[in-house]
Every structure is written in structure tokens, then in C-alpha cells.
Design a protein around this ligand. Structure first.
Ligand code: UDP
Ligand code: MG
Length: 322
């Protein structure tokens, strides 16, 4: 390893996807703040297959200050994979994860890291939702309510990936080898004592968000099906409920025909029933398919990410975790 500082007590992992507009500013802020947290720090900038000049910027940053290491994934693998890549390469006894866009204020680290000494293994920053669009806030509230009912791990609104972990917690996360990683849930799943620090929501320092409403919805579904099979159980109950109603209705129509001689059961009801049941079956098949698809992906055992380049040189280029 060529790095001037092969060990560090404190590591900061930053996933970067098309963040050319903000990385320089980020590095400036981190250079000012991190020495206050720990003199012996390193930053791991993970380029998640950016299509802009992010990688070139990271090379330049590393050249100027080797405490900023960089890793470039071979393509865009998603934030989960980028975080995993950073965690797997971090050397610190404590590891923080922050966003590149400065929406996770690095100064908060000076408050968060000392809490580890009080015996906590995770310190989470909780964002108060002040700047978000009201629709998005309402949706995410509703989502967390539903999620916590459906799934065994609990999630808190506003608690995201901005957190500090002890080496022990990092090791636990790296040991979870599943391909579909829903970090929010995994952080909760590994357990350990967790402290919470609140912070005000801040707008992006530059560039733009990578999340559309649609990707958020998909992310939400991922979260639910990643953690247990309760939706399948719900599907059974739902199916039973619909069938019971259908049977009752059939008996009623039959009785009506026998007793009252009223045999003209409507054309409309027939069509409605056929279409309705078709819809219900599609939904239920979709639920089953979700799980089946996951089993397929997991069973292929593909690596979570591939590295194409790193500041550690080719000798330190592992293909993936596990
Ligand atoms: N990110 C990433 N890969 C992706 C999408 C996002 O590494 O495919 C990074 C991005 O560079 C940023 C963080 O994940 O550091 C959060 O992304 P963003 O700010 O777009 O999300 P938001 O803050 O809007 O939830
Ligand atoms: Mg952001």
C-alpha cells in the first residue's frame, strides 16, 4: 500500500455518484472538520460509476492529500453497493458514512463520535423534515408506519445512512452477505446499542438528487420484501377474504334463483367479478414474483460491486466483499 497513512483511527465513507459539482467543497469542509474529531482520520471516496468528472476530481484530491483515498466502481451499482465498498476498505476503529452533497453536515460528527466512547456501537443522525416537500413528508411518514407494522426490524423516520459505527458494527454489516441490501433495515437488524443525534434538514450543496418519486417507491417495496415474508402471509389472508365473499355471493345468487325463481344474474356482475378476480390474482402473483426474483438474484451469488481503480493501486483491488 502506498498510502502515507496505512492506518487511521477514524474513517469516513462517502458514496459519490455524479457529484463533480460538490466534491471539492466537501473535501474542503472535511479537511477543516475532521481533525477536530480525530487527528488520525481517512476519507474513502467511492465513485459509483459517475458519468461526469467525479473520478478525475477524486484522483486529483487523492494526489493533493493521501488521507483522501478513492475507489471507483466499474459502473453505477447504487448507493448501497458504494457504501458497502467503502465499509469494506475502511481501516478505522470507527467508521462514519455521509452523503457527498453536504446534506449530512460533517460538523455533527464532533457530536456523534464521542458518543461511541459511552459504549454505543452506532450513533445515528436523525434529520428533522423541515425543508422537504409536504407530499414527500406525508408519504414517508405513512411508509414508516406501514413498514414497522409489516416488518420485524423498526425504522425511524428521518434516520438514514448518516451514522457512525464501531469496528464491531462494521464487521457485523460486512458479514451480512445478501445481495439486495436495504441498509436502513440492516443497520437496525444488526442491533447493538444505538444513540441518536438530531440535526436540521439542509438543502443539497450543488448538483441534484438521484431519487425520483418512482425510485423512492421501488426502494420502499425493496425495504418491505427484504426483511420478511409477511406480505406473502397477507396475500393468503386477502385471497381467503375475497374467496369467502365470492362464495357468499354465489350462494345468494343461487338461493335467489331457487327460492324466488330470479335467474337473471346480471351481466355487469359477471364482468366485474372476472375483472376483479383477475386483478387480485395479478397482485398476488406479483407478490410471489417479488420473492422469487429475490431468490433468483441471491442464488446467483454475484459480487455486490466491482472495482476498476483505486488509490491503493492494483494490488489492493479486491473484487467484492465476501
Ligand atoms: N449515490 C450513489 N449512487 C447512486 C445514487 C446516489 O453513490 O446510484 C450517492 C450520492 O452521490 C450521494 C448520496 O448517495 O452522496 C445520496 O444521494 P442523493 O443526494 O441523490 O439522495 P437524497 O439526499 O436526495 O436522498
Ligand atoms: Mg442528498
Amino acid at each position: 500500500m502506498e498510502s502515507n497513512e496505512p492506518t487511521a483511527r477514524f474513517s469516513v465513507v462517502v458514496p459519490c455518484y455524479n457529484e463533480e459539482a460538490v466534491v471539492d467543497h466537501l473535501v474542503e469542509v472535511l479537511t477543516a472538520v475532521l481533525p477536530q474529531v480525530d487527528e488520525s482520520f481517512e476519507v474513502l471516496l467511492v465513485d459509483d460509476g459517475s458519468s461526469d468528472g467525479t473520478l478525475a476530481a477524486l484522483r486529483r484530491i487523492n494526489e493533493a492529500d493521501p488521507r483522501f483515498r478513492y475507489f471507483a466502481l466499474s459502473r453505477n451499482f447504487g448507493k448501497e453497493a458504494a457504501m458497502l465498498a467503502g465499509l469494506s476498505q475502511a481501516r478505522g476503529d470507527a467508521v462514519a458514512i455521509i452523503d457527498a452533497d453536504l446534506q449530512h453536515p460533517p460538523t455533527l460528527l464532533t457530536e456523534m463520535v464521542p458518543l461511541l466512547e459511552q459504549g454505543f456501537d452506532q450513533v445515528v443522525a436523525r434529520r428533522t423534515r423541515t425543508g422537504d416537500a409536504p407530499v414527500r413528508t406525508a408519504f414517508s411518514r405513512l411508509y414508516y408506519k406501514m413498514f414497522n407494522r409489516l416488518v420485524d426490524v423498526t425504522l425511524q423516520d428521518g434516520e438514514g445512512d448518516f451514522r457512525v459505527l464501531t469496528r464491531r458494527a462494521v464487521r457485523a454489516l460486512l458479514a451480512v452477505g445478501e445481495y439486495n441490501r436495504f441498509s436502513k433495515g440492516l443497520f437496525s437488524w444488526i442491533g447493538f446499542d444505538t444513540a441518536v443525534v438530531d440535526y436540521e434538514n439542509v438543502a443539497r450543496a450543488g448538483g441534484e438528487t438521484k431519487w425520483s418519486m418512482r425510485s423512492l417507491l421501488n426502494y420502499g417495496i425493496d425495504g418491505v420484501v427484504s426483511f420478511n415474508s409477511r406480505p406473502l402471509r397477507l396475500a393468503i389472508w386477502f385471497g381467503t377474504f375475497i374467496s369467502v365473499i365470492a362464495f357468499l355471493y354465489a350462494f345468494w345468487v343461487l338461493g335467489d334463483a331457487i327460492i324466488n325463481g330470479n335467474d337473471a344474474a346480471g351481466y355487469v356482475t359477471t364482468i366485474c367479478t372476472v375483472v376483479g378476480f383477475g386483478g387480485v390474482q395479478m397482485i398476488l402473483l406479483g407478490v410471489i414474483g417479488e420473492y422469487l426474483g429475490r431468490i433468483y438474484l441471491e442464488s446467483k451469488k454475484r459480487p455486490h460491486f466491482l472495482l476498476k481503480e483505486s488509490s491503493d493501486g492494483p494490488s489492493a483491488t479486491p473484487v467484492a466483499v465476501l
